[in-house]
Design a protein around this ligand. Structure first.
Ligand SMILES: [Zn+2]
Length: 58
């Protein structure tokens, strides 16, 4: 486990690791802020609470 600064809570929290199938997310245990979420074989899905796939508009 790692400690991270949550920009929403404004304090250092112990990041919670959530596994959903082959998707692994590291979230704030207090507010649910997503530090990072990644899927095996696909790479990073969410970084700093921003969905990367949605931000890519080609
Ligand atoms: Zn938080």
């Amino acid at each position: 486990m790692a400690r991270k600064m949550c920009p929403v809570c404004k304090k250092v929290v112990e990041e919670k690791v959530v596994k959903d199938g082959d998707v692994i997310s590291k979230v704030c245990p207090e507010c649910g802020y997503v530090f990072i979420s990644y899927q095996k074989g696909k790479g990073v899905l969410v970084l700093n609470n921003v969905k990367l796939s949605e931000s890519r508009t080609v």
